[in-house]
Design a protein around this ligand. Structure first.
Ligand SMILES: NC(=O)c1ccc[n+]([C@@H]2O[C@H](COP(=O)([O-])OP(=O)(O)OC[C@H]3O[C@@H](n4cnc5c(N)ncnc54)[C@H](OP(=O)(O)O)[C@@H]3O)[C@@H](O)[C@H]2O)c1
Length: 239
């Protein structure tokens, strides 16, 4: 595998992961490595580009992570388990493994796509209860993954979106919160979430920050792209 520096998207075959790849190929000055369990899934969707590498990888396997994270500068973790019992291995241990390998290779930032309502203060929220049972312990394992990342010593950003939707990016205003106190019910397009994740890879204000995010219709007065740069000013670093 070509050495870096590269940005790496883990879970690139997923709906958010794919949007992250597209955004990074558009805006980043370094190549993007899309990591997917079956590369043929992406090879037919994404146009060939010198700025894009599609490689086979699995967050369930440390040796595989060592291989795909060679030369990684920024890493987005957008993988999520498939199958009823998958959350412990992917959403928790997968994040823990990725954080350890990112630290080993000296990645500058690991951005984790987590979820609103993940914390224990929302223990009895009906949506959290439901999600925890759609896949066994999903939200509990997502929180364990977040905790492992925060404790790892690897510079990170934890992004907790509301419900995810499809659609074109742009023409929205982001509303952020911290402490997992935002009301559930709003949505954010995966393409807009991807733009936020891509910006978090390099923006100094995103370093070691955990936050919730939703999108409201209509771009802010300064415009969509400017908001991606400035939105971090209102967020506090984790203690
Ligand atoms: N859906 C919502 O409304 C919502 C709300 C808040 C937060 N979230 C969170 O947002 C994140 C992204 O969600 P999404 O709906 O965009 O995801 P998604 O489409 O379900 O994609 C997840 C991807 O993870 C990949 N994956 C599974 N196990 C893997 C492994 N061991 N190694 C590498 N990749 C693996 C799968 O790859 P394959 O293609 O190989 O199967 C799948 O494509 C998830 O963490 C989700 O929990 C979702």
């Amino acid at each position: 595998m070509a050495e870096g520096p590269v940005n790496v998207v883990l879970g690139a075959g997923g709906r958010t992961g794919l949007e992250c790849v597209k955004r990074l190929v558009d805006v980043s000055d370094i190549p993007t490595r899309a990591v997917v369990r079956d590369p043929s899934k992406l090879e037919s969707i994404l146009a060939k580009s010198a700025k894009l590498q599609i490689v086979k990888g699995d967050v369930g396997n440390e040796a595989s992570l060592r291989e795909v994270l060679k030369g990684a500068r920024g890493v987005i973790f957008a993988a999520a388990g498939r199958g009823y019992w998958s959350a412990a291995d992917v959403d928790f241990k997968g994040v823990e493994r990725a954080a350890a390998v990112c630290k080993e290779v000296g990645a500058q930032r690991l951005v984790l796509v987590s979820s609103m309502l993940v914390t224990k203060k929302n223990w009895l929220n009906p949506v959290r209860l439901l999600l925890n049972n759609i896949r066994w312990g999903l939200m509990d394992n997502k929180l364990k993954g977040e905790d492992a990342l925060r404790a790892s010593g690897q510079p990170y950003t934890v992004v907790r979106p509301s419900g995810l939707a499809s659609g074109l990016p742009g023409d929205v205003t982001f509303v952020t919160g911290q402490g997992d106190t935002m009301a559930a019910g709003s949505t954010i397009n995966r393409a807009d979430l991807a733009a936020v994740c891509a910006e978090a890879l390099t923006n100094p204000g995103a370093r070691n920050v955990t936050f919730e995010i939703v999108a409201r219709e209509g771009a802010p007065p300064g415009g969509y792209e400017a908001q991606l740069k400035s939105m971090w000013a209102s967020l506090q670093q984790d203690a």
